[in-house]
Every structure is written in C-alpha cells, then in structure tokens.
Write a protein that binds this ligand. Structure first.
Ligand SMILES: Cc1cc2nc3c(=O)[nH]c(=O)nc-3n(C[C@H](O)[C@H](O)[C@H](O)COP(=O)(O)OP(=O)(O)OC[C@H]3O[C@@H](n4cnc5c(N)ncnc54)[C@H](O)[C@@H]3O)c2cc1C
Length: 406
C-alpha cells in the first residue's frame, strides 16, 4: 500500500481533515490537481471574488487544527450584525452578536486565505504527505484496496479513500455514488465592490422575487467600504449583467440593493456560477467516505457550504480516531456509517431549510408575500426567537464534534 488513507482534494475541507488526523498514527497522503503552493499574500491587494462566511463553529475547528493564526494574520472581517429584509415588502430582521453575548456572528474570509493558511499548517512539520499537480483520473476497488490512477500514469493504493474533490467529484462518479440533484435555474454573480458608505461590520441580505442579494463586509486596513456580493439571478439576467460595463453594473447593483450603502463606486472582476443543489444518497461505502461539496452542494444564500463541509471533516476525524483507539479498522463500513449517521440528517435539514426559504421568496402569490412579511416581522418582534436563529448561525447548537466544542 502507498498510504493508510488517501484524501483526494486539498481544498478547505480535505486539508482540514488531513490536519485533524495528523496525530492519528495513520500514514496520510493528500493529493490535489493544483500545485499546493502557498502564494505570497498582499494585505493591501485586491480581494479574491470567492469568499466564505465562516461560522463560530468553523472558526473553532480551524483554530484547533492550527490554521486560524494564518487566516487572521492575512485578512478576515469579523461581522457583528446582520440585516435581512424582503425587497418586495416591509418585513425585515436585524440580528446582533451582542444579543447572545458573542463577539461576532462570524467572519468573511477569502477562500484563498483559508486554503493558504491550511496549506501552511500542513507544511509546518505535520506527517501528512502532500502531492500537488496530481490529477486523479481513475479509481477502482480491488479486494481491500482502492487503486487510483493519476494523469501521467502514476498508480496509488490505499485501504481508505476520502473524496474531498468538490462539487464535480470524480471519485463520487467513478465509485458509482448516486446523487439527487436539482437545478435552481439561477446563477450567482460574485465580485467585490466598494460602496459610498461603510458597511458597519454588517452582513446584508435582500430577498427579491428574482433571488437573494447578499453584501458581505470585507476589511482592508482601515477601509470598511468594501463588500463581497453574491447576487442570485435568472440565467438570462446573469448573461445581461455579465456583459454590461462596470458603471452600468454598479448602477444596477445599487438599485437592486436599494442603495443601503449609498452608491456602488467600484466593481472588481465578476464571476458567474450556475447554482445547483446536489446531495449524495450515501456518503460511505466500504473503505470510502465523501465529505464537503463532494457529498453535498447547497444554495449559497445561507453561506453554509463550507461550514457544513468543515463539520463533516471534524466528525469523520472523530469517528476514525475513536475507531483507532478501539482497535477497529477505520475503513470498516460500520465505522464509516457512524460518520454518515451523524452528518446526513444535519446536512439534509440545512439543505431543506434553504430550499424552503428559496421557494418562499421566489413565490409572488400575494398570500405567500403576506406570510413571509408577517413571518419576518414576527421574528423581529420576539427576542428569544431571534436569539435562537443567531445561535444556529453561529453553528454552536446540536451534536458538535470535539473540534467544534468550546
Ligand atoms: C457563489 C457561492 C458562494 C458561496 N459562499 C459561501 C459562504 O459564504 N459560506 C460557506 O460556508 N460556503 C459558501 N459557498 C460554498 C463553498 O464555497 C464550498 O462549500 C466549499 O468551497 C467546498 O469546499 P471543498 O473543499 O469541499 O471543495 P473545493 O473547494 O471545490 O475543493 C476541491 C479540491 O479538489 C481538487 N480536485 C478536484 N478534482 C480533482 C481531481 N480529479 N484530482 C485531484 N484533485 C482534484 C480541486 O483542485 C480542489 O482543490 C459558496 C459557494 C458559491 C458557489
């Protein structure tokens, strides 16, 4: 065998799993198609268009695996408030970290910052072996081992394989893992914009009949005017918005956002991502586990994708460590099923909630509009209910793995 465990995909989720298992005694090989090199970071430089809203639970996991100092030392914006409102009504809710005596509701961090901090931690003397520029092309099971063929002809073998290779997971496809998928018929336009007014460390989300629009606060030095935006629109509207010039885009965005932060003054380069929800029917097979986006992709409206993935990594690490302590093989299906039993209901509940939310705000029947406006106003007027939502957003409720506990 070439390793006890091969993890395919050194994104945020695969790298976190590797770090969480660094002292397990397992010989771990982490492979990725990318170069796995830490890039020099300019704290005054332009923002990456892909960012994540990391919950408090994710922060704890990243602290425990030794990556948080690398994140905080680069760039992360703590946000303390959140404003959610119905663009075609009068209902809205304002959440604050202070309502649950927390310092922040979460942090907005560029994905590249998280990845580089994780990679740095992996390179800082762990026993995890890294292999970059290693594109997986084939997977087959032979007896007790998985055989992996890489582009270029190299072959690797291991009894335990973890797929952390993202939404288009090749491991998932080649191992016959079935998924349930549905298209949202929406695309997300993501970019960073500079607004006239400072964002006041607030995450803003406006729901409209066309789809949600989020302004997530960013921080560069003392400048609190930049936001990362995720604008969910129909495919046709996305095509139109992607080809218009920066000025016209800024105007359209400012109008869609009701100028809550004044005019949009600058726009970085834009990315357009088709939105598709996907969920693997099983996360495990003998000697195989799917984690992160390889197992589930969720609508970005709640900013929960990577938070769910980091919890997958933390729970899988926990069940593997417990199995090792009991002398059980970590690839045993009974061991891996413990991971699936803990994570699947949680991930499905979050996906279901997002789906319901999306439909509620897509519907333009007057009765549904009335319902959602009344619902938002009701939440706003009951502090205990608001506090419950805040605690959920922090990710500190339910069955937490040791890495995410206080
Ligand atoms: C518009 C948008 C906004 C989002 N906002 C948020 C947010 O605010 N908060 C949040 O929590 N989540 C958010 N998400 C979701 C989040 O980005 C994903 O959940 C997260 O990036 C998934 O991480 P991952 O490590 O599972 O997969 P990935 O980041 O996709 O990593 C997969 C890795 O596998 C490697 N790989 C793939 N195929 C192969 C192969 N064949 N061989 C070798 N290596 C391979 C890739 O190179 C990559 O490094 C958002 C998503 C979108 C689309």
């Amino acid at each position: 065998m070439d390793a006890d465990l091969i993890i395919v995909g050194a994104g945020m989720v695969g790298s976190t799993l590797a770090l969480a298992l660094q002292d397990s005694g397992l010989d771990i090989l982490l492979i990725d198609a990318g170069p796995l090199e830490v890039q020099p970071f300019d704290r005054e430089g332009a923002f990456e268009p892909r960012v994540s809203a990391l919950s408090a639970a994710s922060q704890r996991i990243l602290e425990r695996v030794g990556a948080w100092p690398g994140i905080a030392g680069r760039r992360a914006c703590a946000y303390t408030e959140m404003d959610v409102w119905d663009g075609s009504g009068t209902g809205g809710v304002h959440f604050t970290a202070a309502s649950v005596h927390a310092e922040a509701l979460g942090h907005i961090v560029e994905n590249r910052v998280v990845q580089d901090a994780l990679l740095e931690a992996l390179r800082r003397g762990t026993r995890v072996r890294l292999q970059g520029r290693a594109r997986l092309e084939q997977v087959r099971r032979d007896g007790e081992a998985w055989h992996l063929a890489l582009a270029g002809g190299e072959e690797l073998r291991a009894p335990l394989l973890v797929a952390a290779d993202g939404a288009q997971s090749l491991v998932r496809r080649l191992t016959g893992s079935e998924t349930r998928e549905w298209d949202y018929l929406h695309h997300a336009i993501v970019t960073s914009v500079r607004c006239d007014a400072p964002h006041r460390r607030t995450a803003w989300q406006r729901f409209t009949d066309d789809g949600p629009l989020a302004f997530l606060p960013l921080e560069r030095g003392d400048d609190l005017h930049w936001c990362s935006i995720v604008w969910s629109v129909t495919e046709r509207e996305a095509e139109r918005l992607m080809v218009c010039d920066d000025e016209a885009f800024a105007r359209a965005l400012g109008t869609a956002f009701e100028q809550r932060l004044g005019a949009v003054l600058e726009v970085d380069s834009r990315l357009c991502i088709p939105l598709r929800q996907r969920h693997a029917k099983r996360y495990v097979q003998p000697g195989l586990a799917l984690i992160g986006d390889a197992a589930h992709t969720i609508h970005p409206l709640a900013g929960q994708g990577v938070n769910l993935g980091l919890l997958d990594a933390a729970v899988l690490a926990e069940v593997i460590l417990v199995a090792r302590a009991r002398g059980q093989a970590p690839g045993d299906i009974r061991v891996l099923s413990r991971f699936e039993r803990r994570r699947m209901p949680h991930n499905l509940a979050m996906m279901g909630a997002m789906e319901g939310f999306e439909r509620l705000f897509q519907a333009d029947a007057p009765a549904v509009r009335w319902l959602r406006n009344t619902g938002l106003k009701a939440v706003e007027s009951v502090p205990a209910m608001k506090a419950m939502f805040v605690r959920q957003a922090l990710g500190l409720t339910g069955d937490l793995p040791p890495l995410a506990r206080a």
